[in-house]
Ligand binder design. Sequence first.
Ligand SMILES: [Zn+2]
Length: 106
Amino acid sequence: MSHHKFAKQIHERDNYTCVYCNLDGKLSYINYRMLTLDHLKPKAYEENNSIENLITACFICNQFKGHFYPEYAKTQKDVFNEIRKHIKTQLSFDFKKYISDVKKFI
Ligand SMILES: [Zn+2]
């Protein structure tokens, strides 16, 4: 969990659920501990720590989203859809890399 002073407020607003994959932080303590704060528009674009730019994301989505942000997306819905697509792609790259690494040893 983040130490941002509004973390609790942000997680409550987002119903303790990852905005990208819907991981429910209320289901278990492990899930709860998976929740982080993500800068919707990454710091690389602008330092924006406003509550509007901070959202609840699980650790995995946060990691795989990285600094991605679809600036071309017109609506908020499109922004989220593009980010979800990006996370999915990154996850599958990582999984393929993992499989090829493992194959070196088996
Ligand atoms: Zn997630």
